[in-house]
Write a protein that binds this ligand. Structure first.
Ligand SMILES: [Zn+2]
Length: 433
């Protein structure tokens, strides 16, 4: 049945404009975007009652967020180990627990993280972890658009191909909510021998690449010592960028790296809160954009953030660039909102996502603006970016299907998910610090 959302301010993200109107959609696609009430009322009348009218209650309708970098199942490790350096954090805290994780634990952790994202207006996320089949299962159950990152490092690569082929068989040909990327963990955990085989595999199956890249000074030093290259040069020379690539972090880049990334069309997931919390540094976002590199936004995993809130990510991205440049004009609100929507869609090669227009896929959210922090509203986009919160999200549609209604998840109930998570934590014997 055709659905139409009325009584909303629409932020289409096709260009910098907002207007009062209505959005109709059917079979997952937007079929009408109208300004004012007249056209919408006529549309409803012509359908002679064969339409479901959804009252937007004077809220704001905008495209769902695209979270470009995540390790969603790490919700199980949220706030388990904080404020310690990266290597002891990984080796003493995270890896010992991950070694004990079963696919079922990964599924439960993914459900919790996906619930958090949907309730905060994220409609697509790009993951990277082990047992991604379980992340897909959780995504499908809750109605999230899920981009799997089939992860490996040198030690796990021998098992990668068979596992990846199984998932390609299952999801590769469908045009559903699940799609696939190949995810080499990072330049410092993947040798040239592993990456050469991985590139051949990606080419054979036409997979996008999703990877960590140039995240810390330590990584830059290691790769320079091993190969006398920057991490970007290392990946370029092995052919990774021949595939469409999303590179997470990119905090430390030479000008020559940025030229390479631009020339190969590498997109970046900027993850400001993770970079700040882990003390990694500040990514040169403005400079990357000036070079013509497409930069979207991601949260990174909930163990290094510690939430999956794209609203906070937008604000952090904006403020961080302004303060480091001592320039308040850098990355204005509309550019930031583009990073969380349009640029994410571009990184995924999905022109049908990230905007509200006829023919686009119906992934969007409706914001409840009846909150003190939304008044007054001199500028809708500035209020969204500088004042909006995940808890303002009232309704969410993915592929034309309602997945959040009146701030409640439709695919499961939260207390059920909390119980499953508690059981997983008990099984994993994660001690509280
Ligand atoms: Zn990451």
């Amino acid at each position: 049945m055709i659905k139409i959302v009325k009584n909303v301010t629409i932020v289409p993200m096709t260009h910098e404009v907002t207007f009062w109107g209505a959005v109709a959609f059917e079979d997952g696609k937007i079929i009408m975007v109208s300004q004012g009430n007249q056209e919408a009322d006529r549309f409803i009348e012509e359908l002679n009652g064969d339409v479901e009218v959804i009252d937007g209650k004077g809220g704001i309708l905008l495209p769902g967020f695209i979270n470009l970098h995540n390790h969603v199942s790490m919700t199980l490790l949220r706030s388990y180990a904080d404020d310690i350096p990266l290597m002891p954090w990984l080796t003493e805290k995270i890896w010992p627990v991950e070694d004990k994780m079963t696919p079922e634990h990964i599924y439960v952790g993914a459900k919790l993280g996906i619930a958090e994202m949907l309730l905060g207006g994220t409609t697509t996320f790009v993951d990277m972890y082990a047992s991604e089949d379980m992340v897909a299962k959780a995504g499908v159950e809750l109605g999230m658009r899920t981009v799997l990152g089939l992860a490996f490092l040198d030690q796990s690569f021998p098992y990668f191909e068979a596992f990846a082929e199984k998932l390609i068989e299952k999801y590769g040909k469908e045009n559903g909510l699940v799609s696939l990327t190949m995810s080499p963990h990072a330049p410092y955990t993947c040798s040239p021998e592993t990456l050469e085989k991985a590139v051949a595999f990606a080419k054979k199956h036409n997979l996008m690449v999703h990877t960590h890249l140039s995240e810390t000074e330590t990584e830059i030093k290691q790769i320079r010592e091993r190969y006398d290259k920057t991490p970007v040069e290392y990946f370029r020379d092995l052919g990774l960028f021949d595939q469409k690539t999303i590179a997470a972090h990119c905090v430390y880049l030479e000008d020559s790296d940025m030229k390479i990334m631009r020339d190969y069309g590498v997109s970046v997931s900027h993850n400001p809160q993770s970079n700040m919390k882990l003390g990694s540094g500040i990514a040169p976002v403005k400079k990357m954009m000036d070079y013509g590199i497409n930069v979207g936004l991601g949260t990174d995993g909930p163990s290094s953030n510690n939430d999956l809130d794209m609203w906070e990510e937008m604000r952090s991205a904006s403020f961080l660039q302004k303060v480091v440049a001592l320039d308040p004009t850098i990355l204005p609100a509309y550019e930031i909102l583009k990073m969380a929507t349009v640029n994410g869609a571009k990184a995924l090669n999905r022109d049908d996502l990230g905007t509200i227009a006829v023919g686009q896929t119906a992934d969007f959210m409706i914001i409840d603006t009846s909150k003190p922090h939304f008044f007054p509203c001199h500028d809708v986009i500035a209020n969204l970016v500088y004042c909006g919160k995940a808890s303002d999200v009232d309704t969410v549609f993915v592929n034309g299907k309602m997945v959040v209604r009146s701030k409640e998840l439709m695919g499961d109930n939260l207390s059920n998910i909390y119980n499953q998570v508690q059981c997983a934590i008990n099984e994993l014997e994660i001690a509280e610090d």
